[in-house]
Design a binder for this molecule. Structure first.
Ligand code: SF4
Length: 312
């Protein structure tokens, strides 16, 4: 597989569009289209992305032609994508990449059943979840991707969200899908490589994109890239890949940067006291150690044992 070594110059996301200033998601759309090219049809439920690319006019295009986009109900991106992909195959179009592109609310919560069912059937598309850790398009309500301790407008101060973030990557990886990967905009080469890798594969591929949201997380817009990088460096959002539910690849060894560096710039965490920060740290460390342990265990199992435990 040929991985792009440089960013293609073609711009598919046109200005003006309606993203808030400093929106991490708009950067993710830009990178993604550069990596995947114009032979694509997005399947989008309501969310920030569908607004950015579609209102007041289609803001994603190639040589003046709009990029394909199918709007669907909130919980149905995976179902619509499966049907659309089948239709394309029936008319002989094996080239167009079908990409359900949904936020954390539409993926972790409302569309989760459809996502899991499509993963179990190994439907042939690239499912992208852009994760801004709440329902941002409707004004910042908690989702199951919201981290414990964050304030949202359904957990108003002084009662922040009290449940941990759902581990969507490990849940999806446990469906034994061909490919699952985390990515974020501060690591563009890693981002491009994973999109290209997913494009070169068949079956259900899941890309979990971390997209900082200055509006909902309440941080200065110039911090978007820094926060994206700090999330990886502090282990809040590790970069890793899972192939066939079996092979784990941890892409970056985190720097020894205190978690406080990540938390302190975000208004949604400004109320946390020392004990709550320590609890946050413990959770982050635990997950990192769990990922490493799981990776060692899965990667080192003898080949003959894998089928037995993986339902192959
Ligand atoms: S609310 Fe957040 S994710 Fe949505 S467009 Fe604004 S900055 Fe981007």
């Amino acid at each position: 597989m040929k991985i792009l070594s440089i960013f293609p110059e073609t711009e598919y996301l046109q200005s003006p569009h309606t993203a808030c200033t400093g929106c991490g998601l708009s950067v993710a759309i830009r990178y993604f289209l550069k990596a995947i090219g114009e032979k694509i049809v997005f399947v989008m439920p309501p969310g920030c992305a569908s607004v950015i690319v579609n209102i007041p006019k289609r803001a994603i295009s190639y040589k003046g032609q709009p990029i394909g986009l199918l709007a669907c109900p909130f919980g149905a991106a995976a179902t619509f994508a499966a049907g659309f992909k089948t239709g394309l195959t029936m008319v002989g179009d094996l080239e167009t990449v079908v990409v359900p592109w949904a936020g954390d609310g539409a993926t972790f919560d409302i569309g989760f059943g459809a996502v899991s069912a499509a993963a179990e059937r190994n439907e042939d598309f690239i499912y992208v979840c852009y994760d801004n850790e709440a329902y941002m398009n409707t004004g910042n309500q908690r989702s199951s991707a919201t981290p414990k301790g964050a304030t949202t407008y359904t957990n108003p101060f002084p009662v922040p969200k009290n449940e941990h973030k759902k581990d969507i990557m490990l849940i999806l990886a446990d469906h034994n899908i061909p490919y699952a990967a985390t990515m974020t905009i501060a690591y563009p080469r890693d981002f491009m490589r994973k999109v290209q890798k997913a494009k070169g594969m068949k079956g259900f591929r899941f890309l979990h994109m971390f997209t900082p949201c200055p509006t909902g997380w309440r941080f200065p817009t110039e911090w978007t890239m820094k926060l994206s990088r700090l999330a990886v460096q502090t282990k809040v959002f590790p970069l890793f890949e899972v192939e066939n539910g079996n092979r784990f690849i941890l892409n970056k060894e985190p720097a020894r940067i205190p978690l406080e560096e990540y938390l302190k710039v975000q208004g949604r965490f400004s109320h946390l006291n020392n004990q709550e920060i320590e609890e946050f740290k413990e959770k982050v460390e635990q997950r990192w150690e769990w990922l490493k342990w799981l990776g060692n265990y899965k990667n080192n199992r003898p080949e003959e044992h894998r089928g037995k435990y993986d339902g192959e």
